[in-house]
Design a protein around this ligand. Structure first.
Ligand code: GLC
Length: 465
């Protein structure tokens, strides 16, 4: 009986993903965010770049590369090339958050949204990073590097790099972004140097270094990428990592240190160590902090950044094992009844009011504020496989499998343990469905991991000192 249920949910999932496909000039070019007929669609009838990446990966595992190729080609034409100083337009290099097919004068056209219509009105910094990561996955799956070598693609990659590598008001190798510039696309106190963006940036730089040709100025980009990668890796490892030894160090930090050679480089006050952390952090566990800024170390655990850090080898082997140890030992908090919590713990009370601007959708243990997102299952499974913790991958899949189809594939779950279907969650959310399928594919065939996993290049010069 159990086997029948499982098989049915997989067959259903494939059918739903197929039904979510968007066509443009009769060619498949993406998938809608959700197909919930009982709710106002808002922009969920559009194709989001970050959401499609998971559909794209799952299509690649099936040898269905055409839709991914079309997606990459069409979204490239949507990339902003805006050079004039129009401060109401996206800067050059930016990729849209989402797009839709519309009809103008009887003809199909693609309409992009760079965040100007989205609820939080935030630029989707992660879109261009995901785009490069998916392009690299396409090349891995098809062995067809010629797409990436096309002049428009080379130009597109360079535009993204120009946009990301530019020196702004920062003296760190991380990328400075506004609040809500990624999957968490509304105010959540994730402005500055949030982990998710830094890890995606790292992955995109690695991918670009594999895809860029040296000609036409490419060599200069490749040199800059290598330097930035080494500095970024050092910075994240040195300053974002948290384990009990590091907490002890911070606990005895002196504040107000002046000068270059100081221990407490960001002037973090020991009093900012949250009460929950010292009890919660297991002896053998560790993770990368959510954010780092002046007198600010965001101690919250963010799932996507930590899992991706394992996949892109930004976390060392030992650190990766420690992240998985933390997940295993704090399973109840981080996984609960539906893998997995987007961040932990939730912001409550006055803190929630100040940080989110009293956002009712982001109440404690809901949505982006400690809600459980089934889409994260595939990343958890991928990280578990990479670290040899297959038992955790299977355990997580079993948890998800028992509910997802029955609950009609919700976008997210609420409550401290993820037992409630999200208050405002869409049903038939595509990345929930494709995330589940991707998790199953990864367990069935571990070679799919290479689509999203990056190994450390021993040639990369370290800039530690
Ligand atoms: C929500 C999520 C965002 C996602 C979009 C479409 O806005 O916050 O990450 O891309 O829905 O699913």
């Amino acid at each position: 009986m159990a086997i029948t249920v499982k098989t049915n949910s997989i067959t259903e999932a494939w059918r739903l993903v197929e039904n979510s496909i968007i066509f443009y000039s009769k060619r498949p070019i993406g998938t809608v965010a959700a197909c919930d007929l009982h709710r106002e669609s808002l922009n969920y009838d559009q194709c989001f770049i970050r959401d499609f990446v998971i559909s794209g990966l799952v299509f690649l595992t099936q040898g269905k590369a055409e839709i991914v190729r079309n997606f990459l080609t069409e979204t490239l034409t949507l990339q902003s090339h805006e050079k004039q100083m129009d401060f109401f337009k996206p800067g050059p290099g930016l990729m849209p958050a989402s797009f839709k097919v519309d009809i103008v004068d009887g003809k199909q056209v693609l309409i992009a949204d760079f965040g100007e219509h989205a609820i939080g009105r935030v630029p989707p910094v992660d879109s261009c990073l995901w785009w490069i990561i998916l392009l690299r996955a396409y090349v891995k799956a098809t062995k067809d590097i010629s797409l990436a070598y096309q002049p428009e693609f080379q130009q597109g990659i360079k535009l993204i790099l120009d946009f990301c590598l530019v020196h702004r008001f920062a003296m760190y190798p991380t990328m400075l972004v506004p609040d809500g510039a990624f999957m968490i696309d509304r105010r959540m106190g994730v402005y500055g140097n949030p982990l998710e963006i830094q890890v995606l940036f790292y992955a995109a730089l690695l991918a670009a270094s594999e895809l860029l040709l040296p000609g036409n100025g490419g060599v200069k980009y490749l040199e800059t990428i290598n330097r930035r990668l080494a500095a970024l890796e050092y910075h994240v490892k040195e300053y974002y990592w948290i384990d009990i030894n590091r907490v002890n160090e911070i606990y005895r930090y002196k504040g107000e240190e002046f000068g270059k050679e100081v221990a407490n480089k960001f002037n973090i006050y020991p009093e900012s160590i949250p009460h929950w952390l010292t009890e919660w952090l297991p002896e053998t566990g560790g993770y990368l902090a959510g954010n780092l800024g002046p007198s600010q170390l965001d101690f919250r655990f963010f799932a996507l950044g930590n899992l991706m850090a394992i996949l892109v080898s930004l976390a060392s082997e030992q650190e990766s094992q420690m992240i998985m140890d933390l997940i295993e030992q704090r399973w109840h908090d981080l996984i609960g009844n539906m893998p997995m919590k987007i961040c932990f713990p939730a912001l409550e009370g006055l803190e929630w009011k100040i940080v989110t601007g009293s956002d009712p959708k982001n109440r404690a243990w809901s949505y982006h504020n400690g809600g459980n997102w089934p889409v994260l299952l595939w990343l958890l499974v991928a990280a578990a496989i990479k670290t040899g913790r297959v038992e955790l991958a299977n355990k997580a899949i079993n948890v998800a499998q028992s509910r997802l189809s029955h609950d009609q594939w919700p976008e997210y779950y609420d409550g401290k343990n993820g037992r409630l279907i999200g208050k405002e969650a869409r049903k038939y959310q595509t990345w929930t469905i494709s995330g589940f399928l991707m998790a199953k594919e990864l367990v069935a065939n571990r070679t799919h991991l290479e689509l999203i996993s990056f190994e450390k290049d021993p040639e990369m010069i370290s800039c530690v000192n």
